[in-house]
Design a protein around this ligand. Structure first.
Ligand SMILES: Cc1cc2nc3c(=O)[nH]c(=O)nc-3n(C[C@H](O)[C@H](O)[C@H](O)COP(=O)(O)O)c2cc1C
Length: 215
C-alpha cells in the first residue's frame, strides 16, 4: 500500500507562548504563518490568558511549538507557571508523541538564549514529545554572510531572536521573523510526516477484517 499523505488531514498545531512585552508574540505569529503556509491548522495561545478551549486545543494538537521570552537566561516566570500547570498531563502522558519545538527572544545578541531553548526542549522531553530542531545552517558566520541571513544568530536547537531592549514590537529583525516562519513550516511538515507514517503503520499492522482470528 502506498501512502503519499494526500488522504491525511492537515496537522493541527498550536503555538503556545509567553511574552511580557510583545516581542515573542510577534515570533509566535511568524511560526503560525509558516505552519499555515504548508497547510497546518494552527491556533496561537497566549499563556497568560488561557481559556479552557486553549487547553483542549493543546490536548488535541498533533504538535505544540513552545515560545518564551528569555528572562534571566531562562524561560519567563509566565512560561514556567504554565509548565507547572501541566504536571497532571505529564504524569498521565497526555502529550506523549506529539511533535514539539521552541523559540525565544532576548535583548542581548546571545543573552543566554540557549538556556531558554534547552528548558523548552527538556519540558517537551518530560512530556515524551518529539523535539524538532531548527533544521537550518548557522547564518552570518562567514565573510560572505550578513545579519539578513536566516538563522543569523546560529542556533540549532530552536529559533533564537534578538531585539534591542529599547526597540518596539515593530522593530523585530526580519531575519528572526523569517527564521521563526521557517520553524513553523518545518514543524508542520514533520507533524504531517508522522501522521502519514502512523496511518501507514496501522494499515500494515491491523489485520484485515476477513483474516482476523475467529476464536
Ligand atoms: C526580568 C527580565 C529579565 C531579562 N533577562 C534577559 C536575559 O537573561 N538575557 C537577555 O538577553 N535579555 C534579557 N531580558 C530582555 C528581554 O529578553 C527582552 O526585552 C525581550 O525582548 C523580551 O521579550 P518579550 O517582549 O516577549 O517579553 C530580560 C528582561 C526582563 C524584563
Amino acid at each position: 500500500m502506498r501512502h503519499n499523505g494526500s488522504d491525511i488531514a492537515a496537522p493541527a498545531l498550536t503555538v503556545a507562548y509567553h511574552s511580557g512585552f510583545g516581542h515573542t508574540a510577534v515570533l509566535a505569529d511568524a511560526v503560525a504563518a509558516g505552519a499555515r503556509e504548508v497547510g497546518a491548522d494552527v491556533r496561537v495561545i497566549a499563556l497568560d490568558r488561557m481559556t479552557e478551549t486553549d487547553w483542549d486545543a493543546l490536548d488535541r494538537a498533533d504538535g505544540i511549538v513552545f515560545g518564551s521570552a528569555t528572562y534571566m537566561g531562562n524561560v519567563s516566570a509566565g512560561f514556567q507557571a504554565f509548565a507547572e500547570k501541566t504536571g497532571r498531563r505529564c504524569i498521565e502522558g497526555a502529550w506523549r508523541d506529539k511533535v514539539a519545538a521552541g523559540f525565544t527572544n532576548s535583548g542581548a545578541k546571545s543573552g543566554d538564549k540557549l538556556g531558554t531553548l534547552t528548558s523548552l526542549a527538556l519540558f517537551a522531553a518530560q512530556h515524551h514529545m518529539h523535539w524538532v530542531n531548527l533544521g537550518l545552517p548557522p547564518g552570518w558566520n562567514s565573510s560572505r554572510g550578513s545579519e539578513d541571513d536566516l538563522n543569523r544568530l546560529g542556533f540549532w536547537l530552536g529559533a533564537g531572536a534578538q531585539t534591542d531592549v529599547d526597540a518596539g514590537v515593530d522593530q523585530m529583525h526580519a531575519s528572526d521573523v523569517q527564521t521563526c516562519r521557517h520553524l513553523g513550516a518545518r514543524v508542520a511538515l514533520v507533524a504531517r510526516q508522522l501522521n502519514v507514517g502512523r496511518s501507514a503503520t496501522s494499515a500494515v499492522s491491523a489485520p484485515a477484517a476477513s483474516s482476523a482470528p475467529t476464536r
